[in-house]
Ligand binder design. Structure first.
Ligand code: HEM
Length: 392
């Protein structure tokens, strides 16, 4: 084996301009090498589709002990499925994933479809609205709040808590520091909640009752509720908002979906490929590893760039074009391997419900200027004004 000098760059992955439009930076890194040493931060970025899949599939070398880019969060996450390697990982994941398997969430479909349809019907009637606030955020918030069984103040805090819980995964930049107290409020609430606070008949109530009966470890109930808000809210909001933005920007692709709603799954997969909701996830290299001739040393902090792998022309033809028919089943936005997203069936139910209602009820929608704000971890729209709707 010939070990090459690592390719390096002085890019700050978490700078505002990179977070607002990462693709030109990703393209540059990707063309430089499959792994690039970001010297200033001391991070090794994985840039290509095949490299990312291989690393995510190799949990023994690419450990999840440093999924976050700061030590404080990595310590706080210890003991969650997200930050634990096998063999302990499976036990931690199963407590949560049991309730998120496709067959477990199937029972929610009717309710989620009805919620999405009612929202879209009301918005079409209104004629102009914000597709992020009124739809992409409103649906996941309603779904997750009802699943957990909360109303009032807790529900009002959930969007703020969810965004903060993701922001603190970044490096110790001002965004992370500012968000620590807010993320702490979510942690405190979730871990101190009592069964009686949650609506009767809700999944949240059932989980806390199960903990009280000793069927699951007492700390698991809080952990599960925490994950629904921290992992299940902002990610889904980003996925749905980005999908609506792409359909508005590409009316020909929206027409394809309107004409053939069996393209729903393909359209949402393509939206996730085109805009990965999670900017970067970390990994800790446990032993010296060679990636296509470059030695990455034991102890290195890696950044897995899902959005870069998703736009890799080695894997996808014409990767910067949004194609509703592409059906990119191996996109990286839900991760891959043992940590592959545990909530993807629920996320799909929500997104398909929104896109289906739009495709049935809207012929054309015209949007104003979409607004993004930098966020350390989530690539989401902050606002997407719909200025005119032509009903179907
Ligand atoms: C479009 C929406 C979503 C996206 C893009 C997304 C993305 C991801 C990604 C990339 C991972 C892998 C992280 C890693 O490898 O380190 C992950 C894991 C996870 N996701 Fe999601 N997610 C979404 C929705 C949800 C929802 C609705 C839930 C429900 C609570 C959820 C719960 C989880 C959990 C618990 C894990 C950790 C699994 C494990 O470590 O075994 N996600 N997600």
């Amino acid at each position: 084996m010939t070990v090459a000098t690592p390719v390096s760059s002085d890019l700050d992955l978490f700078a505002d301009e990179v977070l607002l439009d990462p693709y030109p930076y990703f393209a540059e890194l990707r063309e430089q090498a499959p792994v690039v040493h970001l010297e200033k931060a001391g991070i090794w970025a994985l840039t290509r589709h095949s490299t990312i899949r291989e690393a995510l599939g190799n949990w023994a070398v690419f450990s999840s002990r440093s999924v976050a880019f700061n030590d404080q969060m990595n310590q706080a996450l210890a003991g969650t499925s997200l930050a634990t390697d096998p063999p302990d990982h499976q036990r931690l994941r199963s407590v949560l994933s049991e309730r998120l398997m496709p067959r477990a969430v199937r029972g929610l479909q009717e309710d989620i479809d009805a919620k999405a349809d009612a929202m879209v019907a009301e918005l079409v009637e209104r004629g102009s609205f914000d597709a992020v606030t009124d739809l992409a955020s409103a649906l996941p918030l309603a779904v997750v709040a009802d699943l957990i069984g909360v109303q009032g103040e807790v529900r009002d805090n959930m969007l703020r808590w969810g965004a903060a819980a993701q922001n603190v995964l970044g490096p110790m930049n001002p965004r992370t520091v500012e968000n620590f107290p807010v993320a702490g409020q979510l942690f405190q609430w979730a871990h101190n909640a009592q069964a009686e606070e949650l609506a009767e008949g809700s999944m949240g109530r059932a989980i806390f009752d199960a903990a009280e009966r000793g069927e699951i470890p007492p700390e698991s109930a809080g952990m599960i509720i925490h994950q629904y808000v921290a992992a299940g809210l902002d990610t889904t909001i980003a996925g749905i908002g980005n999908a609506i933005a792409q359909l508005a920007a590409n009316p020909d692709q929206f027409d394809l979906l309107r004409a053939d709603r069996s393209l729903l799954a393909s359209t949402f997969a393509e939206a996730l490929r085109y805009e990965a909701p999670i900017h970067a996830m970390g990994r800790l290299v446990t032993e010296d590893v060679e990636i296509e001739g470059t030695l990455v040393p034991a102890g290195a902090q890696v950044a897995v760039l899902f959005g870069s792998g998703n736009r890799d022309s080695r894997r996808y033809e014409d990767p910067d074009t949004f194609l509703a028919r592409r059906n990119p089943l191996d996109h990286l936005s839900f991760g891959y391997g043992v940590h592959g997203c545990a909530g993807q069936a629920l996320a799909r139910l929500e997104a398909h419900a929104v896109l289906d209602a739009l495709a049935r009820r809207v012929r054309r929608f015209t949007i104003g200027q979409p607004e993004r704000r930098p966020h350390n971890e989530i690539r989401s729209l902050y606002a997407l004004p719909v200025v005119e709707v032509d009903p179907a």
